[in-house]
Design a protein around this ligand. Structure first.
Ligand SMILES: Cc1cc2nc3c(=O)[nH]c(=O)nc-3n(C[C@H](O)[C@H](O)[C@H](O)COP(=O)(O)OP(=O)(O)OC[C@H]3O[C@@H](n4cnc5c(N)ncnc54)[C@H](O)[C@@H]3O)c2cc1C
Length: 390
């Protein structure tokens, strides 16, 4: 029986463990998931905005999110454990992208691409926008794009736990331990070293270490272009309701969505203010200086908001092209990567989990072809450009 060791038991590692152990007819694997912190205090899967969209600019990301929404809709039954039917609280009010005059061409190009892939999306003029969402100011908006189905949000931590519980029921072993090295012989990894001195013998190793994945890759002498990039999320309440509020991406790049009776929002720092692996301290000052003023301009009701909480987590940013890196490293015959999701990994965890499990089992993708996300594109300097990164 092939021994698979997965380093990192977040949503990605747990989805891979689930798909590897799911098929009772197929080759059985002995799956061990090494996770250093069972409380997931710093894991991105627990600190995520946990949203899903179809409005990408590349076919591969659209394909992954399409599988993601189908999986999330059926997740309760698919990942049920006896009477425990997980509820991830999925709602689908859509994503609303606002474009300024300079952003119109890109929005139209993305729209054409999305329609060609049967994404349920519509372009709206400022007048149509105002008629549908009377609480919005259309100042500076030239065109908008609204997803009509398949887009919304859910509880990311529940997704991670549901995958984990089901994988464990199917036989995956979760080991609370800190991986500190790989034992390599030539092009093969033979074992995973743990901080307590133990070595886990392995036939296959998967790097699912999120924002810490570059460290794991370095143990095999591989340069993985993934860095932890801090993202702050602020929650606030507003006395006024905003009926039908979708996840809104403002012309300023600031995003916002309802969370229960409140709202959460965030922003992408400018490149020069976005260092690698910054401590997870919330950037409160950015809320006052940048985020709140922009939101209050877009939604006048937000002049009277009260901040109710905030947190910060890492995007596991692929600094090469802001997309996932999946599969074997060409220079190593049994080290698989599932990294670099750059802010869209939770919605992609079902597709990535299924795809990496197929690669390990069959040596090829069987359902969705994820080869555009291979490590080879980095070595060959062929970036996969996704224009819609939030
Ligand atoms: C603020 C924020 C908002 C986001 N919003 C969205 C969104 O709306 N939609 C979306 O799809 N995605 C979003 N994301 C991205 C998404 O959350 C991540 O892409 C996804 O959770 C990555 O999952 P993961 O399992 O790879 O990483 P993680 O959840 O971080 O799991 C990696 C695990 O590896 C463990 N680990 C690392 N190194 C070791 C080691 N050496 N030994 C043992 N264990 C180790 C860590 O403890 C961790 O638990 C957001 C992320 C953030 C931070």
């Amino acid at each position: 029986m092939r021994r698979v060791v997965i380093i990192g038991g977040g949503a990605i590692g747990s989805a891979i463990a689930y798909f590897l152990t799911r098929d009772p007819e197929g080759e059985p694997f002995e799956v061990t998931v090494v996770e250093r912190d069972f409380s997931y205090r710093q894991a991105s899967s627990a600190l995520s905005a946990s949203s899903i969209r179809q409005q990408f600019s590349t076919a591969i990301n659209i394909g992954m999110s399409r599988y993601g929404i189908d999986f999330f809709r059926a997740l309760g039954e698919t990942l049920r454990v006896g009477d425990d039917v997980p509820d991830i609280g999925l709602v689908e009010p859509g994503y609303l992208y606002l474009a300024s005059p300079t952003g119109v061409d890109v929005l139209r190009e993305n729209h054409a691409m999305q329609k060609a892939h049967a994404v349920d999306v519509v372009l709206m003029t400022p007048g149509e926008l105002k008629a549908r969402f009377p609480w919005i100011s259309t100042e500076g908006v030239a065109l908008a794009s609204l997803g009509l189905s398949g887009e919304g949000w859910y509880d990311g931590y529940s997704v991670l736990q549901a995958f984990r519980r089901k994988a464990a029921l199917q036989g995956a072993r979760y080991l609370q331990a800190h991986a500190t090295g790989l034992q390599c012989e030539g092009c093969s990894v033979k074992g995973v070293q743990l901080e307590d001195g133990r070595v886990l013998a392995a036939d296959v190793v998967v790097n699912a270490a999120g924002a810490w994945a570059a460290k794991v890759a370095s143990w095999a002498g591989i340069d993985l272009p993934v860095r932890g990039r801090r993202r702050s999320v602020f929650s606030f309440s507003c006395p006024e309701a905003l009926p039908g509020c979708p996840l809104l991406i403002d012309t300023s790049g600031i995003w916002l969505r309802p969370e229960g009776r409140q709202f959460i929002c965030g922003f992408a720092p400018a490149e020069q203010d976005d260092p690698d692996d910054a401590p997870l301290d919330v950037e409160y000052e950015a809320f006052e200086r940048r985020v709140w003023p922009a939101l209050a301009e877009r939604i006048p009701a937000f002049e009277a908001v009260r901040m109710t909480g905030a947190w910060a987590g890492y995007y596991e940013m692929n600094v090469f092209d802001h997309n996932a890196i999946l599969g074997l490293h060409p220079g190593c015959d049994n080290l698989y990567f599932a990294n670099g999701f750059s802010g869209h990994g939770l919605q992609q965890c079902p597709a990535a989990g299924r795809g990496v499990a197929e690669l390990i089992r069959f040596g090829a993708y069987r359902s969705l072809d994820l080869s555009p996300l291979s490590f080879a594109r980095i070595l060959e300097n062929r970036p996969l450009l996704e224009k819609n990164v939030i």
